[in-house]
Design a protein around this ligand. Structure first.
Ligand code: HEC
Ligand code: HEC
Length: 310
């Protein structure tokens, strides 16, 4: 019994330490709730991703739905935590989102952490994507009926997003279950069968490549590097960047940017600041030629490459 308490204490101390070492670098005093929200939820509920490159509704939309139904803080927090710990269709207030993105998966978030995150969501203004207000005036949907959806660019993007979503859920669950060092074993997308029926149906090939790759098999080729350099320059100049598709030997080849968020830094951030020693050891053991460290948020980590027949 005593031991268990001790372990919990050590666990909390470690979490606080990691949290502290993460936020230290940001200099500005972000609250714990905000940091946790960004690190645990924004990989899917991003406040910046465009309307057609998202994995889930922006958190502001989620908050709006819950505030409408649950007026007291207690009800709001209880209902939201209950959904996150065990997402079901019955509990959902956002049936449209389930249709569009699929039900949120169960990711073993700690209850203490969730309380802080959800309380933060209730008490604070949540940043919203640029398109958000406009989208609401237009009243949902419209976009998904757009004919453009079937263009090769969109087709490839849909497959990349599906794969990203499958990988993201697995990764978050692995991190929550055994920490980021343990999760290193789960990150290998090569090992992950592309179960997505859409990709299978299209006979598609999907990979992630980078100019600073971790796995030697993920090095970008000359064409891919050209696109990567272009997007990096666009990000640096605060210009808009987009996916691209071209016909190569009778096949469509699509490129789509992969941008970092706070969650990624525990494995791709700076060594002393973001990456815990145990995680670093595991990375060095499995990837002795790793180039994929030293990133901050909102940087180009690499790209999806999706190949599919005409
Ligand atoms: C791997 C992707 C992913 C992550 C990470 C994620 N979510 Fe979600 N979440 C989704 C998707 C997809 C939906 C929309 C479908 C749905 O409602 O189930 C969703 C919906 C929700 C909803 C609305 C549920 C409803 O329908 O009423 C809440 C609340 C929510 N998420 C909270 C969170 C919080 C808080 C976090 C971070 C602790 C988080 N999510 C992390 C994918 C994710
Ligand atoms: C738990 C640690 C961990 C986290 C968190 C993590 N990654 Fe990785 N990432 C890895 C490992 C390990 C590889 C090498 C995978 C392989 O062998 O194919 C990798 C590979 C990649 C690659 C393929 C190119 C390469 O360098 O080999 C991309 C792109 C990538 N990660 C992006 C991200 C992004 C974006 C995030 C955040 C949303 C993220 N990763 C979060 C561990 C992680």
């Amino acid at each position: 019994m005593k031991n268990r308490k001790l372990f919990t204490l050590i666990g909390i101390a470690t979490a606080l330490f990691i949290l502290k070492s993460c936020s230290n670098g940001n200099q500005n005093k972000k609250s714990e709730g905000e940091t946790l929200l960004a690190a645990n939820c924004y990989s899917c509920h991003s406040p910046t991703a465009g309307m057609d490159s998202r994995l889930a509704p922006p958190m502001i939309a989620v908050k709006n739905h819950y505030s409408k139904k649950y007026t007291s803080k207690e009800e709001f927090v209880t209902a939201m935590i209950s959904f996150i710990q065990n997402p079901t269709k019955e509990k959902s207030l956002m049936k449209g989102a389930i249709k569009k993105f699929g039900l949120m998966s169960q990711m073993n978030f700690e209850e203490e952490k969730l309380k802080k995150i959800v309380t933060y969501i209730y008490e604070n203004e949540i940043s919203k994507p640029e398109w958000f207000d406009e989208h609401h005036q237009e009243k949902h949907q419209k976009k998904s009926e757009n004919k453009e959806e079937t263009s090769p660019l969109k087709k490839g993007q849909a497959m990349a997003l599906k794969t990203k979503s499958a990988l993201g859920k697995k990764l978050m669950k692995a991190i929550n279950t055994g920490g980021s060092a343990h999760a290193i074993d789960f990150c290998n997308i090569q090992a992950m069968p592309i179960t997505d029926s859409l990709a299978q149906l299209q006979n598609a090939l999907i990979k992630r490549v980078s100019d600073k790759n971790r796995n030697p098999n993920n090095a970008a080729n000359t064409e891919e590097l050209k696109y990567i350099e272009k997007v990096k320059a666009q990000i640096a100049n605060e210009e808009e960047y987009k996916g691209e598709v071209s016909l190569v030997d009778g096949k469509w080849v699509g490129y789509y940017p992969i941008i970092t968020n706070a969650m990624c830094l525990q494995c791709h951030g700076e060594i002393a600041k973001d990456i815990a020693p145990a995680t670093l050891a595991k990375i060095e053991e499995k990837y002795p030629n790793d180039l994929a460290k030293g990133y901050g948020v909102n940087e180009l980590r690499g790209i999806w490459v999706v190949e599919f027949p005409q």
